[in-house]
Design a protein around this ligand. Structure first.
Ligand code: DC
Length: 218
């Protein structure tokens, strides 16, 4: 059994940053599952398809190239919104499931962040985190990030966007955004990134160390 850390959470909650840092800390592989849905969104747009049509989204999901996850074109707010729309289709979610589950088995361990990792993709994950922060704080952090990158975003629009995306992700019928019953909750509203990482590490460390000991014995 490889070790799996599932890191789910709301949009712009910092789950990706925390997942990356946890992976670096333990020497595990990291998968940002949101990038897969963003690649589906990009695929639909590039093919001139309609994100509101499940068949267009499924065609894109069947042809995504996960190695393109570093393409900056998927990182825009627009792609995040389209990703949220296409991710509600059961067939799209099913098409991406096997890739994620195969990734999760990569030795010695994997950290996967997303919305349904602890509930659907890896319900038997070694440890599960659910990351959240007040939406105003998440919007402000995103605004700071974009401003530092030389853009001039509207914080009001970012907030509306984040709230709309959370609402859509929470209310979909399949694999909605919800903490797994056995997830450890971490609210990073009042934590800077180093403190948030320290808190996340404290939550996952006992479970991971226990699993590493079991692995070493087996
Ligand atoms: O984490 P992100 O913002 O890059 O995710 C973009 C969208 O993809 C998100 O709004 C919902 C969807 N998503 C999902 O449905 N399931 C996941 N495991 C990850 C992302």
């Amino acid at each position: 059994m490889t070790i799996i850390i599932a890191v789910d959470g709301t949009a712009a909650s910092g789950k990706g940053t925390l997942a990356k840092k946890l992976a670096a800390h333990f020497g595990f592989h990291h998968l940002d599952s949101g990038s897969l849905y963003r690649l589906v969104a990009l695929g639909v747009v590039e093919a001139g398809g309609d994100p509101n049509k499940e068949e267009d989204a499924l065609a894109a999901a069947r042809t995504i190239i996960p190695a393109r996850a570093s393409d900056p074109a998927i990182r825009t707010a627009g792609m995040g919104n389209i990703a949220s729309v296409v991710s509600a289709y059961p067939s799209v979610r099913a098409a991406l499931l096997e890739f994620q589950r195969t990734f999760a088995k990569r030795p010695p361990g994997a950290v996967i962040d997303g919305r349904d990792i602890g509930t659907v993709v890896c319900p038997d994950a070694t440890v599960k985190l659910f990351i959240d922060a007040r939406s105003e704080i998440r919007a402000h952090r995103r605004w700071l990030e974009l401003s530092a990158a030389g853009k001039s975003p509207s914080e009001v629009e970012i907030l509306a966007d984040i709230q709309a995306r959370d609402a859509r992700d929470r209310s979909r019928a399949v694999a909605p955004l919800v903490p797994a019953p056995d997830a450890r909750l971490l609210d990073t509203s009042d934590l800077a990134i180093d403190a948030a990482f320290a808190a996340a590490l404290a939550l996952v460390k006992p479970g991971v160390e226990n699993a590493l000991r079991t692995q070493a014995k087996g």
